[in-house]
Ligand binder design. Structure first.
Ligand code: HEC
Ligand code: HEC
Ligand code: HEC
Ligand code: HEC
Length: 193
Protein backbone atom coordinates (compact mmCIF):
# COMPACT_ATOMS: atom_id res chain seq x y z
CA UNK A 1 0.00 0.00 0.00
CA UNK A 2 2.58 2.40 1.15
CA UNK A 3 5.02 1.51 -1.64
CA UNK A 4 2.26 1.85 -4.20
CA UNK A 5 1.42 5.33 -3.09
CA UNK A 6 5.10 6.26 -3.41
CA UNK A 7 5.11 4.80 -6.93
CA UNK A 8 2.00 6.66 -7.85
CA UNK A 9 3.55 9.86 -6.55
CA UNK A 10 6.73 9.29 -8.56
CA UNK A 11 4.83 8.51 -11.75
CA UNK A 12 2.19 11.19 -11.51
CA UNK A 13 3.76 14.12 -9.74
CA UNK A 14 5.59 16.84 -11.63
CA UNK A 15 7.59 17.71 -8.56
CA UNK A 16 9.63 14.50 -8.20
CA UNK A 17 12.91 15.44 -9.89
CA UNK A 18 14.67 15.84 -6.49
CA UNK A 19 13.66 12.30 -5.57
CA UNK A 20 15.11 11.01 -8.83
CA UNK A 21 18.34 12.85 -8.14
CA UNK A 22 18.65 11.25 -4.75
CA UNK A 23 18.07 7.80 -6.22
CA UNK A 24 20.59 8.38 -9.01
CA UNK A 25 23.06 9.74 -6.43
CA UNK A 26 22.65 6.66 -4.25
CA UNK A 27 23.09 4.35 -7.25
CA UNK A 28 26.30 6.13 -8.27
CA UNK A 29 27.59 5.81 -4.69
CA UNK A 30 26.72 2.10 -4.59
CA UNK A 31 28.52 1.42 -7.88
CA UNK A 32 31.51 3.47 -6.73
CA UNK A 33 31.61 1.63 -3.37
CA UNK A 34 31.39 -1.77 -5.00
CA UNK A 35 34.11 -0.91 -7.53
CA UNK A 36 36.42 0.42 -4.78
CA UNK A 37 35.96 -2.77 -2.78
CA UNK A 38 36.97 -4.82 -5.83
CA UNK A 39 40.00 -2.63 -6.48
CA UNK A 40 41.25 -1.93 -2.95
CA UNK A 41 40.36 -5.03 -0.86
CA UNK A 42 43.56 -7.12 -0.61
CA UNK A 43 43.69 -10.56 -2.19
CA UNK A 44 42.47 -13.39 0.08
CA UNK A 45 40.30 -10.93 2.01
CA UNK A 46 37.11 -12.68 3.06
CA UNK A 47 38.32 -16.20 2.15
CA UNK A 48 38.05 -17.35 5.77
CA UNK A 49 36.17 -14.49 7.40
CA UNK A 50 36.14 -10.73 7.58
CA UNK A 51 39.94 -10.49 7.38
CA UNK A 52 42.87 -11.18 5.07
CA UNK A 53 43.36 -14.97 5.12
CA UNK A 54 47.03 -14.70 4.16
CA UNK A 55 47.76 -12.68 7.33
CA UNK A 56 47.65 -15.93 9.34
CA UNK A 57 50.36 -17.48 7.21
CA UNK A 58 52.50 -14.35 7.41
CA UNK A 59 52.24 -14.22 11.23
CA UNK A 60 53.04 -17.92 11.52
CA UNK A 61 56.17 -17.47 9.40
CA UNK A 62 57.61 -14.54 11.38
CA UNK A 63 61.05 -15.21 12.84
CA UNK A 64 60.66 -15.92 16.57
CA UNK A 65 62.33 -13.32 18.83
CA UNK A 66 61.47 -14.52 22.31
CA UNK A 67 62.35 -17.68 24.20
CA UNK A 68 61.82 -19.09 27.69
CA UNK A 69 63.78 -18.43 30.90
CA UNK A 70 65.08 -21.99 30.58
CA UNK A 71 66.82 -21.03 27.34
CA UNK A 72 68.78 -18.26 29.13
CA UNK A 73 69.72 -20.41 32.08
CA UNK A 74 71.76 -22.91 30.07
CA UNK A 75 74.50 -20.26 29.77
CA UNK A 76 73.85 -17.99 32.75
CA UNK A 77 74.57 -20.29 35.67
CA UNK A 78 74.95 -17.49 38.23
CA UNK A 79 71.50 -16.03 37.44
CA UNK A 80 70.13 -19.58 37.37
CA UNK A 81 71.16 -20.18 40.96
CA UNK A 82 69.67 -16.86 42.12
CA UNK A 83 66.60 -16.47 39.95
CA UNK A 84 65.09 -19.91 40.48
CA UNK A 85 65.21 -19.57 44.26
CA UNK A 86 63.90 -16.01 44.50
CA UNK A 87 60.50 -14.36 44.38
CA UNK A 88 61.16 -13.39 40.75
CA UNK A 89 61.33 -16.99 39.55
CA UNK A 90 58.14 -16.53 37.53
CA UNK A 91 59.27 -13.23 35.99
CA UNK A 92 60.60 -13.36 32.44
CA UNK A 93 64.28 -12.55 31.92
CA UNK A 94 63.33 -11.00 28.62
CA UNK A 95 60.94 -8.51 30.20
CA UNK A 96 63.93 -6.85 31.84
CA UNK A 97 66.66 -7.57 29.30
CA UNK A 98 65.08 -7.83 25.85
CA UNK A 99 64.67 -10.58 23.30
CA UNK A 100 66.72 -13.78 23.10
CA UNK A 101 67.27 -13.52 19.36
CA UNK A 102 68.82 -10.04 19.68
CA UNK A 103 71.47 -11.77 21.81
CA UNK A 104 71.99 -15.33 20.64
CA UNK A 105 71.98 -17.07 17.29
CA UNK A 106 73.07 -20.69 16.81
CA UNK A 107 74.31 -20.75 20.43
CA UNK A 108 76.61 -17.77 19.79
CA UNK A 109 76.38 -14.29 21.27
CA UNK A 110 75.52 -11.92 18.44
CA UNK A 111 74.35 -8.84 20.34
CA UNK A 112 74.35 -7.06 23.68
CA UNK A 113 71.22 -7.02 25.79
CA UNK A 114 69.92 -4.10 27.80
CA UNK A 115 71.24 -3.91 31.37
CA UNK A 116 69.57 -1.18 33.39
CA UNK A 117 71.46 0.81 35.99
CA UNK A 118 70.52 3.08 38.92
CA UNK A 119 67.58 5.35 38.14
CA UNK A 120 66.58 3.21 35.16
CA UNK A 121 66.17 0.25 37.51
CA UNK A 122 63.59 2.15 39.53
CA UNK A 123 61.56 2.82 36.38
CA UNK A 124 61.82 -0.85 35.46
CA UNK A 125 60.69 -2.10 38.89
CA UNK A 126 57.79 0.32 39.04
CA UNK A 127 56.43 -0.93 35.76
CA UNK A 128 55.18 -3.90 37.79
CA UNK A 129 55.28 -2.80 41.44
CA UNK A 130 53.82 0.70 41.35
CA UNK A 131 50.87 1.19 43.69
CA UNK A 132 49.63 3.90 41.30
CA UNK A 133 48.63 1.18 38.83
CA UNK A 134 45.15 0.55 40.16
CA UNK A 135 44.50 -2.44 37.92
CA UNK A 136 47.26 -4.51 39.58
CA UNK A 137 45.74 -7.24 41.76
CA UNK A 138 47.76 -6.60 44.94
CA UNK A 139 47.15 -10.13 46.22
CA UNK A 140 49.00 -11.42 43.14
CA UNK A 141 51.77 -8.87 42.96
CA UNK A 142 52.88 -6.64 45.81
CA UNK A 143 53.07 -2.95 45.07
CA UNK A 144 54.74 0.00 46.76
CA UNK A 145 54.18 3.75 46.75
CA UNK A 146 57.04 6.20 46.46
CA UNK A 147 58.44 8.01 48.35
CA UNK A 148 56.61 6.31 51.26
CA UNK A 149 58.34 2.95 50.75
CA UNK A 150 61.75 4.60 51.09
CA UNK A 151 60.68 6.88 53.94
CA UNK A 152 59.44 3.86 55.90
CA UNK A 153 62.87 2.32 55.51
CA UNK A 154 64.45 5.59 56.68
CA UNK A 155 66.69 6.06 53.67
CA UNK A 156 67.10 8.99 51.32
CA UNK A 157 64.51 9.09 48.55
CA UNK A 158 67.33 8.95 46.00
CA UNK A 159 67.98 5.32 46.96
CA UNK A 160 67.44 2.98 44.01
CA UNK A 161 65.59 -0.31 44.40
CA UNK A 162 68.64 -2.49 43.81
CA UNK A 163 70.44 -0.98 46.80
CA UNK A 164 68.23 -3.19 48.98
CA UNK A 165 66.62 -5.68 46.57
CA UNK A 166 68.83 -7.93 44.49
CA UNK A 167 67.15 -7.73 41.08
CA UNK A 168 67.28 -11.48 40.40
CA UNK A 169 65.98 -12.48 43.85
CA UNK A 170 64.47 -9.36 45.44
CA UNK A 171 64.13 -10.67 48.98
CA UNK A 172 67.54 -12.32 49.23
CA UNK A 173 69.33 -9.43 50.97
CA UNK A 174 66.22 -8.43 52.88
CA UNK A 175 65.83 -11.93 54.32
CA UNK A 176 69.53 -12.12 55.02
CA UNK A 177 69.36 -8.83 56.90
CA UNK A 178 66.36 -10.01 58.87
CA UNK A 179 68.16 -13.21 59.77
CA UNK A 180 71.21 -11.26 60.94
CA UNK A 181 69.00 -8.98 63.05
CA UNK A 182 67.48 -12.00 64.73
CA UNK A 183 70.90 -13.45 65.45
CA UNK A 184 71.78 -10.14 67.07
CA UNK A 185 68.48 -10.05 68.95
CA UNK A 186 68.57 -13.53 70.41
CA UNK A 187 71.55 -13.34 72.76
CA UNK A 188 70.02 -10.30 74.41
CA UNK A 189 67.03 -12.40 75.39
CA UNK A 190 69.21 -15.03 77.05
CA UNK A 191 69.34 -14.75 80.82
CA UNK A 192 72.59 -13.45 82.20
CA UNK A 193 74.75 -16.14 83.79
C1 HEC B 1 63.22 -7.64 37.27
C2 HEC B 1 64.09 -7.45 36.16
C3 HEC B 1 65.09 -8.54 35.84
C4 HEC B 1 64.85 -9.87 35.59
C5 HEC B 1 63.52 -10.60 35.64
C6 HEC B 1 66.11 -10.45 35.24
N1 HEC B 1 67.10 -9.51 35.29
FE1 HEC B 1 69.05 -9.78 34.88
N2 HEC B 1 69.48 -7.91 35.52
C7 HEC B 1 68.53 -6.93 35.82
C8 HEC B 1 69.20 -5.71 36.16
C9 HEC B 1 68.51 -4.41 36.55
C10 HEC B 1 70.59 -5.97 36.07
C11 HEC B 1 71.74 -5.01 36.36
C12 HEC B 1 71.89 -4.72 37.82
C13 HEC B 1 72.55 -5.82 38.57
O1 HEC B 1 73.39 -6.56 38.02
O2 HEC B 1 72.26 -5.96 39.77
C14 HEC B 1 70.72 -7.36 35.65
C15 HEC B 1 71.92 -8.01 35.40
C16 HEC B 1 72.02 -9.21 34.70
C17 HEC B 1 73.25 -9.79 34.18
C18 HEC B 1 74.63 -9.19 34.35
C19 HEC B 1 74.86 -8.16 33.30
C20 HEC B 1 76.14 -7.41 33.51
O3 HEC B 1 76.68 -6.96 32.49
O4 HEC B 1 76.55 -7.27 34.65
C21 HEC B 1 72.93 -10.95 33.54
C22 HEC B 1 73.87 -11.89 32.80
C23 HEC B 1 71.50 -11.13 33.69
N3 HEC B 1 70.99 -10.06 34.40
C24 HEC B 1 70.79 -12.21 33.20
C25 HEC B 1 69.49 -12.49 33.55
C26 HEC B 1 68.81 -13.74 33.29
C27 HEC B 1 69.42 -14.92 32.59
C28 HEC B 1 67.55 -13.62 33.80
C29 HEC B 1 66.46 -14.67 33.86
C30 HEC B 1 66.78 -15.87 34.62
C31 HEC B 1 67.42 -12.28 34.33
N4 HEC B 1 68.61 -11.63 34.17
C32 HEC B 1 66.27 -11.78 34.89
C33 HEC B 1 67.17 -7.12 35.80
C34 HEC B 1 66.52 -8.32 35.66
C1 HEC C 1 74.59 -19.47 24.30
C2 HEC C 1 74.82 -18.88 25.59
C3 HEC C 1 73.88 -17.76 26.04
C4 HEC C 1 72.53 -17.78 26.10
C5 HEC C 1 71.56 -18.89 25.68
C6 HEC C 1 72.14 -16.50 26.69
N1 HEC C 1 73.25 -15.74 26.95
FE1 HEC C 1 73.31 -13.92 27.82
N2 HEC C 1 75.33 -13.83 27.56
C7 HEC C 1 76.10 -14.85 27.06
C8 HEC C 1 77.51 -14.43 27.06
C9 HEC C 1 78.67 -15.26 26.59
C10 HEC C 1 77.52 -13.11 27.59
C11 HEC C 1 78.74 -12.21 27.83
C12 HEC C 1 79.49 -12.62 29.07
C13 HEC C 1 78.68 -12.55 30.31
O1 HEC C 1 78.22 -11.44 30.67
O2 HEC C 1 78.46 -13.59 30.95
C14 HEC C 1 76.12 -12.77 27.90
C15 HEC C 1 75.74 -11.56 28.42
C16 HEC C 1 74.44 -11.28 28.84
C17 HEC C 1 74.02 -10.03 29.45
C18 HEC C 1 74.90 -8.82 29.71
C19 HEC C 1 74.76 -7.84 28.58
C20 HEC C 1 75.34 -8.36 27.29
O3 HEC C 1 74.55 -8.64 26.37
O4 HEC C 1 76.56 -8.53 27.20
C21 HEC C 1 72.70 -10.16 29.74
C22 HEC C 1 71.80 -9.13 30.38
C23 HEC C 1 72.28 -11.47 29.27
N3 HEC C 1 73.36 -12.13 28.74
C24 HEC C 1 70.99 -11.95 29.37
C25 HEC C 1 70.54 -13.09 28.73
C26 HEC C 1 69.16 -13.48 28.65
C27 HEC C 1 68.01 -12.69 29.26
C28 HEC C 1 69.10 -14.63 27.94
C29 HEC C 1 67.86 -15.40 27.53
C30 HEC C 1 66.83 -14.62 26.80
C31 HEC C 1 70.45 -15.00 27.61
N4 HEC C 1 71.29 -14.03 28.09
C32 HEC C 1 70.83 -16.14 26.91
C33 HEC C 1 75.67 -16.07 26.63
C34 HEC C 1 74.35 -16.47 26.56
C1 HEC D 1 57.54 -8.03 34.96
C2 HEC D 1 57.09 -7.62 36.24
C3 HEC D 1 58.10 -7.39 37.35
C4 HEC D 1 59.17 -6.52 37.33
C5 HEC D 1 59.67 -5.65 36.20
C6 HEC D 1 59.72 -6.57 38.66
N1 HEC D 1 59.01 -7.45 39.42
FE1 HEC D 1 59.28 -7.80 41.39
N2 HEC D 1 57.89 -9.28 41.34
C7 HEC D 1 57.11 -9.58 40.26
C8 HEC D 1 56.29 -10.74 40.58
C9 HEC D 1 55.28 -11.38 39.64
C10 HEC D 1 56.60 -11.11 41.91
C11 HEC D 1 56.01 -12.27 42.70
C12 HEC D 1 54.69 -11.88 43.29
C13 HEC D 1 54.90 -11.02 44.47
O1 HEC D 1 55.44 -11.53 45.46
O2 HEC D 1 54.56 -9.82 44.44
C14 HEC D 1 57.59 -10.14 42.38
C15 HEC D 1 58.12 -10.11 43.65
C16 HEC D 1 58.90 -9.08 44.14
C17 HEC D 1 59.24 -8.86 45.54
C18 HEC D 1 58.81 -9.75 46.69
C19 HEC D 1 57.51 -9.28 47.24
C20 HEC D 1 57.11 -10.15 48.41
O3 HEC D 1 57.20 -9.65 49.53
O4 HEC D 1 56.73 -11.29 48.15
C21 HEC D 1 60.02 -7.74 45.61
C22 HEC D 1 60.62 -7.13 46.86
C23 HEC D 1 60.20 -7.27 44.24
N3 HEC D 1 59.50 -8.09 43.38
C24 HEC D 1 60.99 -6.20 43.90
C25 HEC D 1 61.28 -5.86 42.59
C26 HEC D 1 62.31 -4.94 42.19
C27 HEC D 1 63.24 -4.24 43.15
C28 HEC D 1 62.27 -4.85 40.84
C29 HEC D 1 63.20 -4.08 39.93
C30 HEC D 1 64.57 -4.58 39.87
C31 HEC D 1 61.19 -5.69 40.38
N4 HEC D 1 60.64 -6.31 41.47
C32 HEC D 1 60.80 -5.82 39.05
C33 HEC D 1 57.10 -8.93 39.06
C34 HEC D 1 58.02 -7.97 38.66
C1 HEC E 1 66.28 0.91 51.94
C2 HEC E 1 66.02 -0.36 51.41
C3 HEC E 1 64.94 -0.50 50.34
C4 HEC E 1 64.86 0.16 49.14
C5 HEC E 1 65.80 1.21 48.59
C6 HEC E 1 63.69 -0.39 48.47
N1 HEC E 1 63.10 -1.34 49.27
FE1 HEC E 1 61.50 -2.45 48.78
N2 HEC E 1 61.55 -3.35 50.62
C7 HEC E 1 62.55 -3.18 51.55
C8 HEC E 1 62.33 -4.09 52.65
C9 HEC E 1 63.18 -4.22 53.89
C10 HEC E 1 61.15 -4.83 52.33
C11 HEC E 1 60.58 -5.99 53.14
C12 HEC E 1 59.17 -5.92 53.44
C13 HEC E 1 58.88 -5.05 54.59
O1 HEC E 1 58.95 -5.56 55.72
O2 HEC E 1 58.55 -3.88 54.38
C14 HEC E 1 60.68 -4.32 51.06
C15 HEC E 1 59.54 -4.76 50.40
C16 HEC E 1 59.22 -4.46 49.08
C17 HEC E 1 58.10 -5.01 48.36
C18 HEC E 1 57.06 -5.95 48.92
C19 HEC E 1 56.04 -5.06 49.59
C20 HEC E 1 55.03 -5.83 50.39
O3 HEC E 1 53.86 -5.35 50.41
O4 HEC E 1 55.36 -6.85 50.99
C21 HEC E 1 58.14 -4.49 47.10
C22 HEC E 1 57.18 -4.77 45.97
C23 HEC E 1 59.27 -3.62 47.04
N3 HEC E 1 59.91 -3.62 48.26
C24 HEC E 1 59.64 -2.92 45.90
C25 HEC E 1 60.63 -1.94 45.91
C26 HEC E 1 60.88 -1.08 44.78
C27 HEC E 1 60.14 -1.14 43.47
C28 HEC E 1 61.89 -0.25 45.14
C29 HEC E 1 62.49 0.86 44.35
C30 HEC E 1 61.60 1.93 44.01
C31 HEC E 1 62.28 -0.60 46.51
N4 HEC E 1 61.47 -1.62 46.93
C32 HEC E 1 63.29 0.02 47.22
C33 HEC E 1 63.60 -2.32 51.45
C34 HEC E 1 63.83 -1.44 50.40
Amino acid sequence: MHIQSVRRYLLQSNHNSHVKRIIVGLLVLAVFGFASKLIFAPATFGDLGHYRAKAILEEANLEPRLMTNESCLTCHQHEKRKHLKGTHKTVSCEFCHGAYFDHILDDKKIGTLDVKKGEEIRVLCLRCHNKEIQARPTDKIKTVALPQHLEEKRVRTTHTCDQCHYVHAPLEYVNLAKKMMRIKDEPEKEPCP
